[in-house]
Design a protein around this ligand. Structure first.
Ligand SMILES: NC(=O)c1ccc[n+]([C@@H]2O[C@H](COP(=O)([O-])OP(=O)(O)OC[C@H]3O[C@@H](n4cnc5c(N)ncnc54)[C@H](O)[C@@H]3O)[C@@H](O)[C@H]2O)c1
Ligand SMILES: O=C(O)[C@H](O)COP(=O)(O)O
Length: 619
């Protein structure tokens, strides 16, 4: 860099306090109701809500009491079950959060109908296939789930179905009861006596319901995640030989419990029993189909407590009829509830339950607490550990990155305001200088906040961690990241962050660095973000309030001249700093001001003969 760039801090006053949120009206989300300058100050990493009124949480499916109590401590809770899609769309515009289980479709229309107010969708359970994640992300709505509390319940239900199927428990039970019901038709005692013996004998079908043993049989667990692992553990306890297929599971985790990971084809070809525990994704949709049933051992038995859509249900009926599949035990269906005349449901070799995998008292209490905590945390602006459509940043990492999060957003905000009207921002580079190893610094949050800073001042879009990448892409802004690895102590996560906008003109020519890009750089000093470089000029001004940048010929009295104009205009100066190339040559003066100076004040500054250019930047 050509500039030797000495930098001097001239004056410092107490930094600005953030605008209090308490005055903000609850009914209007901050992103809609506030003047932009207030909104910026109030924004948090994630979600912005006022603090003087409670948010509203719509609970659209039955949730355990403990979870409801937690929600009620923080929010107005509207428990409205069995809403039609239209009713849900109508209600949602009055809600900040929505909690569902698997029975409610949270479609694109729901997000569109929310008018931007819906900030969190909480899925009280694992599967999020009923939530349109793409639409949630586009609308900046966080989706959180409760991924752990029902794992054991689902695994236990899988084992219950496995054992019940192998021993025809459901069929035998239904057969005995059906026989007794038939009896009610007979009114004459005498006839009843006679027929009872006949019918009971007919339904007491000990030969028909001879089952198969589990011990020594091969169980293929398809999807070796939380539930699959618990099923495998339990099946080992039943003396089964357990293999698993999961393209993403680490082999050592499987080995640790005596399970071999095998290919899909090997799993389906060798299994006596298949237990399905993968999520429903485009890759797993109808993964058990005619072609794959044909590869299975004749007489295979299948348990599904994952999602109905992973089986081609018509193909399963064909495989059952052909005897390829001896039996199936299903808790989940492509359409829930399935049609009454479904051939699959009616099939005598099929055992069904109405999506009961997670339905134990214990699991439902656990899920309710897990989701209520996640939703309340998200509404408070905390990063959720169970976020589905945003990076999960552990609380301790977040605490450490907090000032850099603010710095990133403000640098983005400054950089974009330096762009001359008419030049489109297309290419932005963020450079992180740090002594930390690259894998020891998660920059996703910082990138998202630079994006927020870049996009919010020039659009009406509310950008947060959820929709930052999507929004940038949609606007054709390419954000690249670079790491500069410094020597020294990796104690603090970052030394500096630089934001460069390429191929644009600047309304403040001095902001263009040697690379030809608008360049601003900042550091965190004593926990406070500072602007430390503009173009080639080193400055030092705390990033609070607003900033005036002036380029001037370095000469005595400039600070006093500008300072007195601002004083006369009742504008409070918080910081002043001059970065110069060499004494008496070009210099950039950065002035931190609490208030926005009037047009006349700015004109008076511009009229100072030594000032060659200046710009006012709102933070
Ligand atoms: N019936 C119920 O009430 C009930 C209850 C809990 C969970 N579930 C469902 O069970 C499934 C598993 O839940 P979980 O909590 O174990 O989830 P999980 O994310 O912990 O595990 C899913 C596993 O599937 C694996 N996987 C992904 N694609 C795969 C593929 N193509 N082939 C094989 N494996 C693949 C993943 O790597 C992961 O290890 C989910 O669909 C969930 O919705 C149902
Ligand atoms: O994905 C899940 O968590 C299970 O399928 C449970 O769904 P449910 O909450 O509707 O019982």
């Amino acid at each position: 860099m050509a500039a030797s760039a000495s930098s001097s801090l001239i004056s410092s006053r107490s930094p600005l306090k953030l605008t209090s949120l308490s005055s903000l009206s609850w009914k209007f989300p901050v992103s809609v109701s506030l003047p932009r300058h207030q909104r910026r100050r109030a924004s948090q990493v994630f979600i912005v809500l006022s603090m003087d009124a409670k948010p509203t949480v719509l609970v659209a499916e039955k949730l355990g009491e403990a979870g409801l109590d937690l929600l009620k401590d923080y929010a107005n809770v509207d428990c409205s079950y069995n809403l039609s899609p239209e009713e849900l769309c109508t209600k949602i515009s009055l809600c900040d959060a929505l909690i569902v289980r698997s029975g409610t479709k949270v479609s694109r229309e729901v997000f569109e109908s929310s008018g931007g107010r819906l900030k969190v969708v909480g899925r009280a359970g694992v599967g999020i296939d009923n939530v349109d994640l793409g639409a949630a992300t586009e609308h900046g709505c966080l989706v959180v789930n409760a991924p752990t509390a029902n794992t054991v319940a689902a695994a236990e239900h899988g084992i219950a179905l496995l054992t019940a199927m192998a021993r025809n428990v459901a069929q035998a039970d239904a057969s005995i009861k059906a026989g007794r019901l038939f009896l009610l038709c007979y009114v004459v005692d005498f006839i009843v006596q006679v027929h009872e013996n006949v019918i009971d004998a007919g339904k007491w079908q000990r030969n028909k319901y001879v089952g198969v043993s589990l011990v020594g049989k091969t169980l293929a667990v398809m999807g070796f995640g939380k539930v699959g692992t618990e099923v495998a553990r339990r099946a080992k306890g039943l003396g089964m030989h357990v293999i698993a297929h999961d393209p993403y599971a680490p082999a050592d985790r499987a080995h640790a419990i005596g399970v071999d990971l095998v290919s899909f084809d090997e799993a389906i070809a060798t299994a006596d029993f298949l237990s399905l525990h993968m999520p429903l994704t485009p890759a797993t949709s109808k993964i058990l189909n005619d072609e794959n049933f044909a590869k299975m051992k004749k007489g295979v038995r299948i348990v599904n407590v994952a999602r109905g859509g992973v089986i081609d249900e018509d193909a399963l009926v064909r495989a059952l009829d052909a005897g390829i599949v001896a039996q199936a035990a299903l808790d989940v269906f492509t359409v829930e509830p399935p049609p009454k005349d479904s051939k699959l449901i009616q099939h005598e070799n099929v055992t069904v339950t109405p999506h009961l995998g997670a339905s134990t008292m214990e699991a439902q209490e656990g899920v309710a607490i897990e989701i209520a905590e996640a939703v309340v945390g998200a509404l408070r602006g905390e990063l959720a550990a169970t976020a589905v459509n945003a990076p999960m940043v552990p609380a301790e990492v977040l605490a450490e990155l907090k000032p850099y999060v603010t710095l990133s957003e403000k640098l983005g905000r400054l950089a974009v305001q330096l762009v001359a009207g008419g030049s489109g921002v297309k290419s932005v580079k963020v450079t992180y200088a740090s002594a930390r190893a690259p894998d020891d610094l998660d920059t996703r949050l910082l990138r998202a906040m630079v994006t927020k800073g870049l996009i919010e001042p020039i659009s009406s879009v509310f950008v947060n961690l959820v929709n930052a990448d999507f929004t940038a892409k949609q606007r054709g802004v390419r954000i690249s990241e670079e790491r500069v690895i410094l020597d020294g102590s990796p104690e603090s996560p970052l030394e500096s962050i630089q934001v460069q906008i390429a191929n644009v003109e600047s309304k403040f020519a001095s902001a263009i660095s040697e690379s030809g890009d608008i360049t601003v750089e900042g550091k965190v000093k004593d926990g406070v973000p500072h602007l430390t470089k503009v173009g080639a000029f080193e400055v030092d001004v705390s990033l609070e309030g607003n900033i005036i940048l002036c380029r001037q010929v370095d000469q005595p009295g400039m600070i006093g001249t500008v300072g007195s104009i601002l004083g006369e205009e009742n504008v409070n100066v918080s910081f002043m700093s001059v970065g110069r190339i060499a004494p008496r040559k070009q210099a950039v003066m950065a002035i931190g001001v609490d208030e926005q100076p009037s047009k006349s004040a700015l004109k008076r500054i511009g009229d100072i003969p030594a000032i060659e250019e200046f710009v006012f930047l709102a933070l």
